[in-house]
Design a protein around this ligand. Structure first.
Ligand SMILES: Cc1cc2nc3c(=O)[nH]c(=O)nc-3n(C[C@H](O)[C@H](O)[C@H](O)COP(=O)(O)O)c2cc1C
Length: 227
């Protein structure tokens, strides 16, 4: 008998009882997850070492488990490893970033970026073995009609969060990269009109000489109120 045929379960629903842990084990697992994600950093110096395609597939599968408004799953992931395509993406991104850092960005934004040490150069776009380019789908076309998606940015943001955590869990490093503007990604990757670029995520191993800015994260007391 299929689960959905169980007595008392409405059609279209299935029973759901995920794993339960003792209070002590719950606390230990919550602490262990925090310990794992706490070590995630945005890395801008990558090693060219390869990462298996099936690993990238699992990271994207994990991202695809995210909740989404009305379960519309309004995302598409383009996994790029082709060196020629990565080179074209880097060239286009650097052209946009040169304009951004060379005057298009407001002074306050440049000042906020100063401690992170970024500039227009994006060598990681060709050195990292994979770029996952995430697109958000604002609407679907069904029988020639536009069908809107809901809470698209929120849904895609959650999916990207899961992807970053999955990469960290696998011992890989990532960058959340948002060249501004990103329209060139739709052209280079030949995506349909209902998709807009959301973020570029280089993934791989860190270079031996990789460094990250010495940032401080806000403590729980600063980000949480108990009522
Ligand atoms: C939406 C978003 C966009 C970002 N865009 C860029 C970017 O274009 N280039 C970059 O070097 N870092 C970018 N970052 C990375 C942030 O600078 C980084 O997350 C922040 O400094 C905190 O560092 P951490 O990720 O190591 O904790 C972005 C992060 C987010 C969440």
């Amino acid at each position: 008998m299929a689960m959905s045929d169980a007595v008392g379960v409405q059609p279209g629903f299935i029973p759901y009882q995920p794993e339960r842990y003792s209070p002590a084990e719950t606390a230990a697992r919550a602490a262990a997850f925090h310990e794992m994600v706490r070590g995630r950093r945005s890395v801008r110096q990558f090693s060219p070492e390869p990462v298996a395609r099936e690993v990238i597939a699992d990271l994207i599968r994990a991202a695809g488990t995210a909740p989404s408004g009305a379960h519309r799953q309004p995302w598409h992931f383009v996994a790029v490893s082709d060196p020629a395509l990565k080179a074209r993406i880097r060239e286009a991104a650097e052209a946009e970033e040169r304009a951004f850092y060379g005057g298009r960005a407001p002074q306050a934004w440049l000042e906020a970026l100063a401690p992170i040490g970024t500039d227009w150069r994006k060598p990681f776009l060709t050195i990292a073995p994979w770029l996952i380019v995430v697109f958000k789908r604002d609407y679907e076309v069904v029988d020639g009609e536009r069908r809107p998606n809901y809470y698209v940015c929120e849904s895609v943001g959650i999916a990207v969060g899961l992807l970053l955590a999955a990469a960290r869990q696998a011992g890989l490093v990532t960058l959340t990269h948002t060249p501004s503007p990103m329209g060139f990604l739709s052209r280079e990757l030949e995506r349909p009109r209902n998709e807009k670029p959301y973020v570029v995520i280089p993934i791989g191993y860190p270079a031996a000489e990789a460094v990250v800015p010495d940032l401080r994260r806000r403590a729980l007391e600063e980000i949480c109120t108990w009522r």
